[in-house]
Design a protein around this ligand. Structure first.
Ligand code: SF4
Length: 387
């Protein structure tokens, strides 16, 4: 592995991502690395994960773990005891901060009462529930396995089990979705008062059934899309949710620590099939097939990761800009100077001036951030910071 402990280094912060590549069945819009599990596959996979977590720990003696995120796929499909074994393995082999944030992604129908109670005893303190819509027809159209009622049951069981930090994932732009039904979804979710809401727009990923059969569906028009988008920001602000990233909203103190590490370019290591890592500006990705991943782990990682890339200074600058600008707090111009030995003006002066003149970027003290108009065209802005 490209990471090693250097003498004299201070304890650095580390985030851990665990990929669980299993789902009950594929949703029609999904291109994530996940599939239904064959018999015995989950158990074998967890054993490989445990081995990878332990073997890799020698590289992180100088790091303290500040967040752990079990994502997928559907981590809540795993038996609770397996989730416990994974967290125990991390606890036994890494230095973990006392206030570590531990998130598990779950799908309604796969996380019920006993499982959720076990999660609490393992120290899991954040649940991220994939709802997407409260309209059962919309859910069926995109191939979700659950109904709105299933979600309500999971949500109330999670509260009963003791979860005080819950995220709900929502989506706009679904086939057959209207502005009214999107509003209803948002209103119903806000009425439950989760601590965090992620509201993304559906992206038609090439090769997914929804992409292939898109002509058979009717999608919201561009105007409707814009209306849903504007309503999200307005309504959630009125309801007391601060927007801290383009698509993420939270009550005060509940922004997701783990995801902020990605946007701020902190160190993170991913375990499991296809998981990505970035530590000290070296990025790598685990193998993406079960056979290759098993070979990778059983040969004690001697085969190496799929893609290892030492980021050049230019690539680091690009990431600093397009990841940091996703956050509403924006990027710190002084931190840029400290990190790269050049001012942001020197590197991106013309680009920044042009966007400022158009009212798309704004400065507050030493921070540069997107304006509300800038958020609307964020992809175009991010692209302009690429060399
Ligand atoms: S539950 Fe999530 S990961 Fe699984 S198929 Fe659906 S969208 Fe993809």
């Amino acid at each position: 592995m490209p990471v090693g402990r250097r003498k004299g280094d201070k304890m650095k912060e580390l985030s851990i991502y665990i990929h669980i590549p299993f789902c009950v069945r594929k949703c029609l819009y999904c291109d994530f690395l996940s599939a239904p599990a064959e018999s015995g596959e989950m158990e074998n996979y967890v054993n490989l994960l445990l081995r990878e977590i332990k073997t890799q720990s020698i590289f992180y003696g100088d790091h303290r773990v500040i967040s752990i995120f079990l994502g997928g796929g559907t981590p809540s499909l795993l038996p609770a005891a397996d989730v416990g074994r994974i967290l125990e393995q991390i606890g036994n082999n890494y230095s973990v901060a006392a206030d570590v944030e531990i998130t598990v992604e779950c799908n309604p129908k796969t996380a019920m009462g006993e499982k959720l109670k076990h999660y609490i005893t393992y120290g899991i303190n954040r649940l991220s529930i994939g709802l997407q819509s409260t309209d059962d027809e919309e859910l069926a159209r995109i191939g979700r396995i659950h109904s709105y009622r299933d979600f309500l049951e999971t949500y109330s069981l999670a509260r009963e089990a003791g979860f005080c930090n819950i995220n709900v994932d929502l989506m706009a732009g679904l086939p057959g979705q209207g502005v009214d039904s999107y509003r209803r979804t948002l209103e119903r979710v806000v009425a439950l008062s989760p601590e965090h809401i992620s509201a993304y727009s559906l992206i038609l990923e090439e090769g997914t059934p929804l992409y292939v059969n898109q002509s058979a569906y009717s999608f919201p028009t561009e105007d409707e899309d814009r209306e849903m988008y504007a309503f999200t920001g307005r309504y959630l602000a009125e309801a007391g949710y601060g927007r801290y990233e383009i698509s993420n909203y939270a009550r005060e103190g509940f922004a997701c620590r783990h995801n902020q590490v990605y946007w701020r370019r902190g160190d993170y290591v991913g375990f499991g099939l296809g998981a990505s890592s970035m530590v000290r500006n070296v990025r790598w990705k685990n193998p993406q097939t079960h056979a290759d991943y098993a070979a990778y782990v059983t040969r004690m990682m001697q085969t190496g990761a799929d893609e290892v890339q030492q980021l050049s200074q230019e690539e680091q600058m690009e990431e600093f800009m397009f990841l940091g600008l996703r956050l509403m707090e924006g990027v710190d111009m002084e931190a840029f100077h400290r990190m790269f030995g050049k001012s942001m003006e020197e590197v991106y002066g013309e680009t920044i001036a042009a966007f400022e003149a158009q009212g798309l970027l704004e400065r507050k003290g030493c921070r540069l951030s997107l304006t509300l108009r800038g958020i609307d065209v964020s992809n175009m802005i991010f692209a302009a910071f690429l060399f």
